[in-house]
Ligand binder design. Sequence first.
Ligand code: HSE
Length: 449
Amino acid sequence: MANKPTVNLGILGLGVVGQGVLKHLNRNRKILESRLGVRLKVSKIAVRNKRLKRNVKVNPKLLTEDGFEVVNDPSIQVVCELIGGTTLAKQLTLQALKNGKIVVTANKALLCEHGNQVIRAAKRSEGHIFFEASVAGGIPIIKSIREGLVANRFPGIHGILNGTCNYILTRMQAEGKPFGEILSEAKALGYAEADESLDVDGIDAAHKAGILAYLAHGKWIPMNKMLIEGIREITTSDILAADAMGYRIKHLASVVSDAKKNTLFVGVYPALIPKSHILGRVDDVYNAVCVSGDVVGSTIHIGRGAGQDATASAVISDIADAVFTTQGAGLMNLIDEKNDPLTSTLEELQIASMEEVKSSFYLRLSVIDQPGVLSKVTALMAKEKISIARVVQQLDSKPSNKKVKAAAVLTLTTHQCSESAIERAVRSLKRSSPVLSKPFLLRIAHFND
Ligand code: HSE
């Protein structure tokens, strides 16, 4: 640790996103510094009001009410612009770039409306600007398009880019509550922008679509050349009617190019999407982006599109890129064997024992169909303290043992139990006389969110 270089960070803005970034920088500092090969020091934070109470621990000596103190501080290498808007944020970003800083920003309005100017300023000073958090919250879509899919042309990008709209539409669908009531809840959860109209009138999604269009086609499309519609006029009866016809109503963003005509369409609008399409099944605050590339085909990217933690994850990924840039290296260059985050973390980790690994299971058994068989099977499961969730019995028309008069296929699902308990139960079942062939076991996947 002693000989790691220090990278000094300055933060502009300590609102929902700024506090999230500080919280997670502090929480994951050890692993992050190990992965990046540097010490990360937040050395100045600009806020509107120093006395405001915040939900994150912060040394008051770091606070200033003058953002220029941050961007003009020669010791700061990386500036995170998290104040939003296009006035002060623009002045501070341009000044930081002029001073040769690397800027990390979540500000989609600034990029979409002044992208040309900002990127030109970055190029002029040989500076860098990273903006992963500006589109689709926690989904690394900028990196995906810019790096992972660099081999492609992009005939079509379609996505759900506004988490607040998706949250509202999902809850209207599920609960039949009106638009206004759910909007207030979205605000309380920190999903919506301070000015709600940015979300529900489509402006926020248009900013994001503009950034995707730039990444995919190298051109900033002015907002007045985009189709921009919001969701205010959608009623629960529209949602029900669409449902009856097999659709979900989603707020969709499209960036579509026609190579023959050499045209590009950028629009955001509420659309009926077939329930069978993956975008029709992306709910709540989740965003999804379907990127079609002429080389790769279709790719789909899904994740939380709004909220403090998802956005902080994207900002911190940009801080990491900024750090690599300051060190003139990529991730692999910085890792030496003694300091490999993967091996050093693994040393501290214990491998989970099978007793601790829990899952629910699907179990298929072929059994003799006669009184008392089901109770024998469930008794064996009960002995291992396995609780059964469902049982379905069907006729087994092709039992493996031809001498059996009547056979049945039993399919059981269990509540969560340990791998070793189900293994023991399966072993006992295999030996049990009414069971005709080897039990067939599958795990039922559980996702944490
Ligand atoms: N308010 C935005 C949304 C999150 O609802 O998607 C930040 O981009």
